[in-house]
Design a protein around this ligand. Structure first.
Ligand code: 9MR
Length: 445
C-alpha cells in the first residue's frame, strides 16, 4: 500500500489545513499508484493507538482482570490501546501460588481478550523480589535458584508465542547513590541470577523480547540509571540474551520527569536494545501534568528504538495511586488535558523520528596534562558536527571540569554534546587513585 508522508506539509501549515492537505495528497498518490483512495491515509490518529502506530510505535495500558466486567473501562481500553500488560495477574504470586502448581486463569483472561482484539501483550513479570508467593519468600540459595528457573520455564512456556516482550527481571537495583544490586533472596542466590533468568526465559519462549524493567532509572545522572546501564552493556558484551529495557516512569513531585530523559533512552538504545516506557503515570492535574506527559511522549519519539509507551491503568480511579490522579482519563472516563497533549505529540509532524541520523562518527582520545590528583583528556570527533560522545571513566574517577562541549554526569559514563565550539573538547578528571585513560564512543545524531 502506498503511504503518503504528509509530515513536512503539516509542519508548515495549521493543523486543519494540514489535515486537508493530507487528504488531498492521499488522493493524488492513490491516482499515481493506481490504488483506490480508500487506502490507509496518514491523517492524524484519533486514538492513542492509531496515533502511535503512525510512527510504528504502540500505546498500551495495564489491565486488571477484576475490572473486566466494567464496560466503560473495557470500551476505553479497546478503543485507545494496542499493547496490554496484566497489572498483577502474571506475577509470581498469581501464577504459582503453590510450588509447582501453576494458575493462569486471570492472566489468560487478560491475554486472550487482548489477542482476540488484535492487541499485543507485554508479560509482567517473571522474577521479582516483590509479590513472591509465600512459599518462595522463605526460600534461599540453590533451592530458590532452581525454583525461580522452574517458575520462568512454567510461565514463559505457558505463554510461549503470545508475548511481545517479557519483563524478565523487575527492580533488581537499589535506589539512591550506591548503584548496588538490591539485597533480596533472589540476589543472595548469586550475582548471576539475572542472567540466569534471561537465559531461562529465552529457552522457554525464543520469540519474545526479553526486557529488564525498573523505576528511578529515568535521570541519566542517577547512580541507579548508570548501574542498570552498565549491567546491560555487560550483558550485550557477553551475549546474555537481553533485547529491551523497560522504564517504569512513575512520576510525581518528588520524582519529576527529568529534562535529560531522551538522553537516557538514547544511551540505552545505543547499546543495541529497544527501550520502552512500561508503567507511565504522572501525579498532578491540568496543564502542568499534561506538559509532563507530553515531555515523556516526546522523549520516546525522539529515540528510534523507543518502541512504545504503556500507561499504568485506564482511568484515574483505576490507578494504584488513585489519589494522585495520574492517568489520561478521569474517573468518569473523560479524556483529560494530558490525553490531548499526548495524542497531539504522537501526531506531531517530526515526532516519528524515522529518519536515521546522517552519517557516522569516530572519536579519538588523548590524555594530556596531569597533576597529582587530576588529569586532562582531549577528545577529537570526526565525521559529523552533530554528535554525542559517551565517555567511560575509570572506577573512582570523577569530573572536575570540561571545555568546548556540554558534559553531563560526574562519574561512570559521561555524555558530551557540542556547545558551538567545534569538534574538539576536553575534560579534567579527578583520579580518585585511578590514572587510567577514559574510553569513548561517538554516535552521529
Ligand atoms: O499496580 C500494582 C498494584 O495493583 C499492586 O498492588 C502492586 C504490588 O506491588 O504492584 C503494582 O504494580 C507495580 C508493578 O508491578 C511494578 N512497578 C511498580 C508498580 C506500582 O507499584
Amino acid at each position: 500500500m502506498t503511504r503518503v508522508r504528509v509530515r513536512p506539509v503539516r509542519a508548515r501549515l495549521g493543523r486543519s489545513t494540514a489535515r486537508f492537505a493530507a487528504a488531498a495528497a492521499m488522493l493524488v498518490a492513490g491516482c499515481f499508484a493506481g490504488v483506490s483512495a480508500a487506502g490507509p491515509a496518514l491523517a492524524d490518529g484519533s486514538t492513542l493507538q492509531a496515533a502511535a502506530a503512525e510512527s510504528g510505535r504502540y500505546f498500551g495500558t495495564a489491565i486488571a482482570a477484576g475490572r473486566m466486567s466494567d464496560s466503560q473501562y473495557m470500551t476505553i481500553a479497546n478503543r485507545e490501546f494496542n499493547m496490554i500488560t496484566a497489572e498483577n495477574e502474571m506475577k509470581m504470586d498469581a501464577t504459582e501460588p503453590s510450588r509447582g502448581q501453576f494458575n493462569f486463569s486471570a492472566g489468560d483472561q487478560i491475554a486472550n481478550w487482548a489477542i482476540q482484539n488484535n492487541k499485543r501483550v507485554r508479560g509482567h513479570a517473571l522474577a521479582w523480589h516483590s509479590q513472591q508467593p509465600s512459599w518462595m519468600q522463605s526460600m534461599e540459595g540453590s533451592a530458590l535458584r532452581t525454583a525461580m528457573l522452574n517458575h520462568i520455564a512454567g510461565v514463559a512456556g505457558h505463554y510461549k508465542g503470545k508475548i511481545y516482550a517479557w519483563d524478565v527481571v523487575n527492580e533488581a537495583f537499589e535506589d539512591g547513590s550506591s548503584g548496588a544490586r538490591r539485597n533480596s533472596n533472589l540476589q543472595r542466590t548469586g550475582n548471576d541470577w539475572i542472567e540466569a533468568a534471561f537465559r531461562a526465559a529465552r529457552s522457554a519462549d525464543p520469540n519474545a523480547k526479553l526486557c529488564y524493567n525498573d523505576y528511578n532509572t529515568d535521570n541519566w545522572n542517577h547512580a541507579k540509571t548508570q548501574a542498570v546501564y552498565n549491567m546491560v552493556r555487560d550483558f550485550k558484551a557477553r551475549g546474555v540474551p537481553i533485547d529491551c529495557v523497560g522504564f517504569q516512569a512513575h512520576f510525581n513531585s518528588g520524582n519529576p520527569v527529568p529534562s535529560n530523559y531522551h538522553v537516557t533512552l538514547q544511551n540505552f538504545a545505543d547499546l543495541g536494545v529497544d527501550v520502552q516506557i512500561t508503567e507511565l503515570d504522572i501525579a498532578g492535574s491540568g496543564t502542568s501534568q499534561a506538559e509532563q506527559f507530553r515531555g515523556v511522549t516526546q522523549a520516546c519519539m525522539a529515540v528510534t528504538r523507543c518502541t512504545g509507551i504503556t500507561v499504568w491503568g485506564v482511568r484515574d480511579t483505576d490507578s494504584w495511586r488513585a489519589s494522585d490522579t495520574p492517568l489520561l482519563f478521569d474517573g468518569s472516563g473523560n479524556k483529560k488535558l494530558a490525553y490531548s497533549y499526548v495524542l497531539d505529540q504522537l501526531n506531531t509532524a517530526d515526532g516519528g523520528s524515522t529518519t536515521p541520523p546522517a552519517g557516522s562518527c569516530t572519536v579519538t582520545v588523548a590524555k594530556t596534562e596531569s597533576w597529582g590528583d587530576r588529569f586532562n583528556t582531549v577528545f577529537t570527533v570526526s565525521g559529523t558536527n552533530n554528535w554525542r560522545v559517551l565517555i567511560r571513566t575509570g572506577s573512582g574517577q570523577s569530573l572536575q571540569n570540561s571545555w568546548n562541549a556540554t558534559v553531563s554526569g560526574t562519574s561512570g559514563t559521561l555524555t558530551a554534546t557540542p556547545n558551538g565550539n567545534g569538534n574538539q573538547f576536553g575534560i579534567t578528571l579527578y583520579t580518585g587513585g585511578n590514572t587510567s585513560t577514559p574510553t569513548a564512543s561517538c554516535t552521529a545524531v
